[in-house]
Each structure stands twice: as structure tokens, then as C-alpha cells.
Design a protein around this ligand. Structure first.
Ligand SMILES: C[S@@+](CC[C@H](N)C(=O)[O-])C[C@H]1O[C@@H](n2cnc3c(N)ncnc32)[C@H](O)[C@@H]1O
Length: 324
């Protein structure tokens, strides 16, 4: 059972106070111990992590906690044994007391591309929808955010977040709630910046997703949207027949002009493309901490510009837009 009372206390002082009447009930209703088979096991792992105050927490250049030598060699080996059962570790990397937790994704590379062009995060109230294990939330705090609330309904990622939080410390204002976007009350109009990264193409109705994100922002607030895109003119959208790069639940991959048009239709202003980058096999790959197949296995062996299904290989765009 995760204690969110420190978050609730902060919400009382913020324009999010309206959510407080529902939020504890929503968290309590999320599948937990008893309802989710492995959660009790993860809770035990989390409660047995070593109690140590790290000599440093550096969230500016990565997620770097403590230094080599701070844990005894047997404690460090034990830490590996405690964190490995939370496999697959997809988003990161994390550096814990000299342990390099090398995740499937170089999320730090994405963060560099994103952070380069967005409005400064200093003092901002931030929502990160589909935040995974909360990696970017730590980086947002490192960039000056006042409070980051991440949403992710996948409990393994919430458990990974709690493991990192154990070492970073509970005073750092980054929280991951075990909830999906559906849990957000309509038109909160509260957040200064809303992130939706790697989520849009998983939504059956992308326009509704964008309208929900718009409703979360205060007027003048900034949306940061990162998504797969395809080449093409306005109106072009790839709708995979089945899987895309072996991913299930990929419903629609727009061209950039289509994406900009969707943003306008949803009510956003000043939609601007910050970056378009093909995903490389250096950025997404199997590691010791994510031993399943990864991008190199999802690309056509004879033609790396296509996925194994014959679609264009993954290219991702970062777009910002404003709530008028
Ligand atoms: C491709 S990952 C992106 C993770 C991270 N934002 C990033 O860019 O690296 C998509 C995430 O959305 C989460 N997700 C799935 N359904 C969701 C929902 N209904 N609401 C919010 N997040 C959801 C998944 O658990 C997963 O962590």
C-alpha cells in the first residue's frame, strides 16, 4: 500500500484541491494487494531495500543517487537481487551508488531532445500522462518543477518508481499514481505543463486524448506531446492492421501535418514541432535489465528502414502547443 498523504497535503494548497475529493478513492480502487498477483511480492522487495541516506541526489544530469563505495559490496549485490525482479526496466537509466541500471531505453536522450525547446519548468505544476516508471518526473524536478504528478496504470512501473523514490527521498516532489488518464476529472484547468509522451498512438481516439490533455492545462499552459509519426501530407495516418514494430495496441500514427491539424481541432494554439528523430537501435535495445526482445528484433533484418510488419521504421516527433 503506497501512502499518498504527502501528495494530498500538497494538493490542498494548489488549484488541484478539487481533485482531492475523488483522488484517495480512485487510488484505493486501483488494483492492489490481493487483486494484483505480484504486487505483494513487489511490496516486500520495496520494504527490504537498504535504509541509507545517499551523499548526493543529482537530477540535473541524469538520475544519479549516491556514489560508488557508499554501499558495501554485499549490499550492492543485494540491491541488484532486489531490483532485478522488477524486470523489465524500460525507462531510465538510473545510477544508484555506482550501480548502472541500464534500461531498454536511453530516456535521457529523449529528455535532451524534449527539454531543449519547451518552456522552462521552474516552479511549474506538471502532469505526465503515461509516465512509465517516473523517469522523466525526476528530470522535470531536476529542471526546477514545483510538483510532478505522473499517471500510469501499470503497477510494475509504479513499483519501479517507488524503488527509486526510496533512495531519492520522499521530500522530492515527484509522484506516480497507479491511475490511467481516465481518472482525471474533466477540465481541471490546473497544470502549467502537461506531458504526453509515447501515449497518443496507443489511444483508440487520439482527438479525445488531446482534448483531455487540453482540459488539464490552465489557460496559457503548455502541452508537450511526443509520439510516433510517419512521413506524409495532412490527412495521412498509418493505421496498422495488427502489430506495429511488434507492439500491440497501436491504433494511429499520424503524419506531422495531420498531428498539427488534430491539435488545432482539439482547441490548441501555436502548435510547433520541436524535433523529429528516427529511433535507433542504440536508443532502444535489450539490456541486462530488459532482456526481452527490443527494437533490433522489431526491424526488418534485410531493410532497417521497415519494421518486421513492413511499415516505416519508428520515427518520433516532439510537438508543443498552448491552451489559449
Ligand atoms: C510507450 S510508454 C511511454 C512511457 C513514457 N511516457 C515515455 O515516453 O518513455 C506508454 C505508457 O502509457 C501507459 N498507459 C497505458 N494505458 C494508459 C492509460 N489509460 N492512461 C495513462 N497511461 C497509460 C503504459 O503503462 C506505459 O507506461
Amino acid at each position: 500500500m503506497i501512502d499518498y498523504t504527502p501528495l494530498y497535503a500538497q494538493l490542498e494548497q494548489l488549484p488541484l484541491v478539487g481533485w482531492l475529493s475523488q483522488l484517495p478513492g480512485q487510488v484505493a480502487a486501483a488494483p492492489e494487494e490481493g487483486k494484483h498477483g505480484r504486487f505483494p511480492h513487489w511490496s516486500t522487495l520495496l520494504s527490504n531495500l537498504p535504509q541509507i541516506t545517499p551523499s548526493q541526489v543529482n537530477l540535473g544530469n541524469g538520475v544519479i543517487v549516491g556514489q560508488p563505495g557508499e554501499l558495501l559490496p554485499e549490499q550492492l549485490a543485494g540491491l541488484v537481487d532486489q531490483l532485478k525482479p522488477l524486470h523489465p526496466w524500460r525507462k531510465g537509466p538510473f545510477h544508484l551508488f555506482g550501480l548502472h541500471l541500464d534500461t531498454e531505453w536511453r530516456s535521457d536522450w529523449k529528455w535532451e531532445r524534449v527539454q531543449a525547446g519547451i518552456e522552462a519548468l521552474d516552479g511549474r505544476l506538471i502532469l505526465d500522462v503515461g509516465c512509465g516508471n517516473g523517469y522523466y518526473g525526476w528530470r522535470m524536478v531536476g529542471a526546477g518543477a514545483k510538483l510532478v504528478i505522473g499517471l500510469d496504470p501499470f503497477l510494475l512501473y509504479v513499483a519501479q518508481f517507488q524503488a527509486i523514490r526510496h533512495f531519492v527521498g520522499e521530500a522530492v516532489p515527484n509522484f506516480v499514481l497507479p491511475l490511467g488518464i481516465e481518472a482525471l476529472p474533466e477540465n481541471l484547468a490546473a497544470f502549467d505543463t502537461v506531458f504526453s509522451m509515447g501515449v497518443l498512438y496507443h489511444r483508440r481516439d487520439p482527438l479525445t486524448h488531446l482534448q483531455t490533455l487540453l482540459g488539464c492545462l490552465r489557460p496559457g499552459g503548455q502541452l508537450v506531446l511526443e509520439t510516433l509519426i510517419v512521413e506524409g501530407a495532412e490527412g495521412e495516418v498509418l493505421v496498422p492492421q495488427d502489430r506495429y514494430a511488434q507492439m500491440r495496441n497501436v491504433y494511429a500514427i499520424p503524419s506531422v501535418p495531420t498531428l498539427l491539424s488534430w491539435l488545432r481541432q482539439a482547441g490548441f494554439a501555436q502548435a510547433t514541432v520541436l524535433d523529429v528523430t528516427p529511433t535507433t537501435v542504440q536508443e532502444q535495445r535489450s539490456t541486462e535489465w530488459m532482456t526481452f526482445q527490443s527494437l533490433p528484433d522489431f526491424l526488418d533484418k534485410a531493410d532497417a528502414s521497415r519494421t518486421v510488419e513492413g511499415y516505416p521504421a519508428p520515427v518520433r516527433a516532439v510537438v508543443v502547443a498552448q491552451r489559449p
